[in-house]
Design a protein around this ligand. Structure first.
Ligand code: PEP
Ligand code: MG
Length: 762
């Protein structure tokens, strides 16, 4: 059965058309389970009816007939989201006969729900003549098949909705794809898909105007691969036997004009871009070989895949994300938006970003927020490869993307966009004013930076210091580690622009979702792996170069603070401090008059939380990294969209932890700031202020809004809100209490600026 399951899943994955997918599923299950009927009913989202979409065994003319959710045993399976297994369907209390299907001949019935992310998509049914109850093993098998197929059906369905033929036939207006909010705001524009991995199935379709140029591109890439294969063959000639050597000839033959290459060129000539033509031909061939049972022939699939990947790599070298020119207002869609990609491309022209992978607290999303570009993350079902050039509406507040927007939807979103721009302009007047409550309590507002452009943006918004400079960002956009001299120049820019205001530089925090192309870290569990201080303490040469560069950059300004990420134990602090002291001493010996800057640690893991007071005795300041702290306290990967709804800064455990840290640090008279995203949320900022945080650090774009919230509230009322919130034990209740309190303080408008779109979504 396991073999059958694998076969079905592999074959079905290879089909892109929904009808073909459904037909294949029913045929394979009917054959494999040796039953007389297999059918799939899918829910029509417009009228909630269960439509018979494919069947092997029932009359084909009945395909398309439907039942309401309360009708029949099929309706019961959907309604209860539970299997029904009976040997006598006609006498089942929910039995309802659909005329014309021919099902009156079958007595046994087994129906299982098809569920995707808690939603019932439809029902998978098998039936047969003789009145026998299907065995338990058959029931478990059908449940397993259904669970595996749900995601594939969703994808095929989404892909069908955006296919050219469907659009020409009957475009589905306002087709919505749900992700999570990456960066707030609205964008309306045309999609540009950027694929960055040399994986065949990540390639996106693109219209071309110059066929000859595209053929030329392909032929150049092909010639590179041919000469690579010849070179490899020559290199290994002495070591390999004749038989192995012959493999290279097979490779070269596959690349000949009358073989794969010829097919690819034909597709380009028919209007496909080189990458899409290559990937479609390679995928078709590999699928054919994958389906074969013979292990030798199966292996040929990997040869073809390998050749395809090699050609694609050369094609992408000429068309990397950096070389793409975006028309003004474009919306970039990528399978996985990475911080490095955002550093490389010209983002000025972009009005929105969409990432199929990642979540609201991924570093790419954090950067998007700091750039103020509306972003949707984790749109896992988006058929992004087919979206090039399509007009979409992106709602970064709710994390939704609408394809084929109707005029009504466009009008609503355009009006909201205008209102948001006006509100932003209104807040500009706060630049020089303090973040002070109505009853006179003040808190300095700092910024988080990383990109060069962040400095000017932060100064323009009236930032009073840098609470977190993510030094890994400039490392990510290079091909090798930046030298001490280069780093000194980079850090000088930050310190100079802000002097004499404080600039908190975090030492290199790589690992997790932040990787350096030239220092790859491959791990099963990267967020629990080699991250932050763990990497740099294992590589003191990297750490020391960075510290020396920071100290040298600080010579003329004196506003540097050094901060250590991801510490879990006191020895990590003492070792890091010892290295910093060594760098100070060595530079002084070299005749450079550096000073020892204040040194702080980030509280980002539960272990550090309980050691706050111990750390506070060793360092000059504490800063809370609430993004990671929330992830580790709640055991929710900040990068995984599937669990995004479980990630909450307002979980009672997170709020208690945040309060505990301030209390502990203050016992040692050590100041505490927070640089996680909760500080960039008006409700979060107010709660943190009431908890006693000494500084708040956030992305520059949110700073005016936070300042406006603080200036419009009363500290005593906010403290009252905190007291009430800390008594609650559930995030949902806490959110409600916060919304109620903020509305009572008259802050609702500032906080819910996306009401128009909420209304429109009903
Ligand atoms: C955090 O974890 O809250 C933090 C500020 O660090 P980063 O988001 O860069 O991991
Ligand atoms: Mg962190």
């Amino acid at each position: 059965m396991l073999k059958l399951l694998r076969k079905i899943v592999t074959e079905v994955r290879a089909e892109s058309d929904l009808e073909a997918v459904l037909k294949l599923i029913v045929r394979r299950i009917q054959e494999g389970m040796e039953t007389q009927v297999c059918s799939i009913y899918l829910k029509d989202q417009t009228n909630q009816r269960l439509v018979l979409r494919a069947s092997e065994g029932l009359h084909q003319k009945s395909i398309g007939s439907s039942l309401s959710e309360c009708e029949g045993v099929v309706g019961l399976v959907a309604n209860r989201a539970e299997p029904v297994n009976t040997d006598d369907i006609e006498h089942h209390p929910s039995y309802c006969f659909i005329p014309g299907t021919g099902e009156e001949r079958y007595h046994s019935f087994l129906g299982v729900p098809i569920i995707y992310q808690r939603d019932v998509l439809g029902v998978l049914v098998i039936q047969q003549h003789d009145g026998r109850r299907y065995k338990e093993i058959e029931e478990s098998f059908l449940i397993t098949v259904s669970a595996q197929l749900a995601g594939i059906i969703i994808q095929a369905e989404a892909s069908a909705a955006v296919s050219k033929t469907q659009l020409e036939k009957k475009p589905q207006l306002d087709r919505c794809f749900i992700g999570v909010s990456g960066s707030p705001g609205i964008a309306i524009g045309n999609v540009v898909v950027v694929s960055q991995s040399a994986e065949m199935d990540a390639v996106a379709e693109r219209e071309i105007t110059d066929t000859a140029a595209e053929v030329k591109l392909f032929e150049t890439a092909l010639e590179h691969v041919r000469s690579d294969v010849r070179a490899a063959s020559a290199r290994l000639a002495e070591k390999l036997g004749e038989q192995e050597q012959a493999l290279f000839d097979v490779y070269l033959r596959m690349l000949e004009d009358n073989s794969l290459a010829g097919e690819i060129v034909k597709r380009i000539q028919a209007g496909s871009c080189a990458q899409w033509a290559l990937s479609s031909v390679i995928l078709e061939h590999t699928r054919q070989f994958d389906r074969m049972d013979d292990p030798y022939l199966k292996e040929r699939a990997s040869d073809i895949r390998d050749l395809g990947r090699r050609i694609l790599t050369y094609l992408q070298e000429d068309e990397g994300p950096q070389s793409i020119e975006f028309a003004e207002g474009s919306i970039l869609v990528a399978e996985e938006l990475s911080p490095a990609m955002l550093g490389e491309i010209a983002t000025e022209q972009l009005s929105g970003l969409v990432s199929v992978k990642g979540s609201g607290n991924s570093h790419a999303a954090i950067l998007a927020r700091s750039m103020g570009i509306p972003t949707v993350m984790g749109a896992i079902d988006l058929p992004y490869k087919k979206l090039n050039g399509r007009m979409v509406v992106l709602d970064g507040h709710s994390g939704r993307l609408y394809l084929n927007p109707s005029q009504e939807l466009l009008d609503i979103y355009r009006a909201q966009l205008k209102a948001e721009l006006e509100q932003e302009a209104e807040l500009d007047c706060l630049k020089l004013l303090a973040a002070q409550t109505l009853d006179g309590v003040t808190i300095p507002l700092w910024v988080n930076t990383g990109l060069i452009a962040d400095v000017q943006r932060s100064l323009d918004k009236g930032a009073e210091g840098i609470g977190l400079y993510r030094t890994e960002i400039p490392f990510m956009i290079r091909n090798v580690f930046p030298s001490e001299q280069e780093q000194t120049q980079i850090y000088t820019k930050q310190l100079e622009a802000f002097a004499p205001k404080p600039v908190t530089m975090r030492t290199l925090d790589i690992g997790g979702d932040k990787s350096l192309s030239y220092f790859p870290i491959e791990e099963e569990n990267p967020f629990l792996g080699w991250r932050g201080i763990r990497v740099t303490l294992d590589h003191p040469e990297i750490f020391l170069v960075q510290i020396r560069a920071m100290l040298k950059a600080n010579v003329n300004f004196g506003n540097l603070r050094i901060m250590l990420p991801m510490v879990t134990s006191i020895n990590e602090v003492t070792e890091s401090v010892a290295l910093i002291d060594r760098a100070v001493m060595e530079l002084c010996e070299e005749g450079i008059a550096v000073i020892r800057p204040p040194i702080g640690v980030m509280i980002e893991v539960p272990a550090a939380l309980y050691l706050t007071r111990v750390f506070a005795r060793q360092v000059d300041f504490i800063s809370v990294g609430s993004n990671d702290l929330t992830q580790y306290l709640l055991a929710v990967d900040r990068n995984n969209p599937r669990v995004a709804s479980l990630y909450s800064n307002y979980h009672p455990a997170v709020l208690q932890a945040l309060k505990y840290i301030v209390k502990e640090a203050h016992k040692e008279q050590v100041k505490v700031s927070i640089c996680g995203e909760i500080a960039a949320d008006p409700a979060g900022a107010l709660l943190l202020m009431a908890m006693g945080y000494d500084y708040l650090s956030m992305n520059a774009n949110n700073l005016p809004k936070i300042k406006a919230s603080i200036r419009s509230s009363d500290f005593s009322q906010v403290s009252e809100m905190l007291r009430r919130v800390l008594r609650l034990s559930d995030s949902g209740q806490i959110k409600k209490e916060i919304d109620r309190s903020l509305a009572a303080m008259g802050l609702a408008k500032l906080i819910n600026s996306n009401t128009a779109a909420n209304d429109c979504r009903g």
